[in-house]
Design a protein around this ligand. Structure first.
Ligand code: SF4
Length: 188
């Protein structure tokens, strides 16, 4: 889970740093995305919801014969929420979301966490379900991530005006120059 992101950076500036999977997933969907700030109250509420969802995901897996191997396994510059051993010996890593519905941005984010290990499956989970990601999907997202990074670095002005509205990401976007930004829509 990642809830702390700088809100004032435009995407082209953010890409000069290492982009977190959370931000990169949103930039893959819309290269003009700028993360909106989190106030403290929202952050605490979200962390509470996330913790409760983690417990539900662990409990569901244990009931199904999985063994919990680690909480918050470290990857390259990020942490994946849960690591289990499946009954057949494979490893399952789970990126946990407190959202009621798992959407495209959640799947993309989980794919970016994959370390492409041969005996490992990646799932994105919420309180009720786990969606497994295929290797082909993960490969495609890696390809899109690389293309997005290149676009943001090589064509920053074009990127920040490449508006691709999507209900998964627009509600947390702070790019007020975008005609699809919620403040503009409310104005019209
Ligand atoms: S509000 Fe505009 S810039 Fe932000 S994600 Fe949506 S389309 Fe992209």
């Amino acid at each position: 889970m990642e809830v702390s992101q700088s809100s004032s950076q435009a995407a082209p500036n953010a890409v000069k740093k290492r982009l977190s999977p959370s931000i990169l997933a949103r930039l893959i969907i819309c290269p003009a995305y700028i993360p909106a700030p989190f106030d403290n109250e929202s952050r605490i509420r979200l962390q509470g919801l996330h913790a409760m969802t983690i417990l539900r995901v662990i409990s569901r897996h244990i009931k199904n014969g999985f063994q919990l191997k680690s909480l918050e396994r470290r990857g390259k510059g990020f942490r994946i929420d849960l690591e289990f051993q499946r009954p057949d010996g494979w490893i399952r890593v789970s990126e946990v979301k407190s959202a009621r519905e798992l959407t495209e941005v959640h799947r993309i984010q989980a794919a970016l966490y994959s370390e492409n290990r041969s005996n490992e499956e990646v799932v994105v989970s919420n309180g009720t379900t786990d969606i497994a990601l295929s290797r082909e999907y993960i490969e495609e997202i890696r390809r899109q991530a690389e293309a997005t990074r290149r676009f943001l670095m090589d064509c920053p002005n074009e990127a920040v005006a490449s508006f691709r509205p999507n209900s998964c990401v627009c509600h947390t976007c702070a790019n007020t120059s975008c005609p699809f930004h919620r403040s503009r829509i409310l104005e019209s």
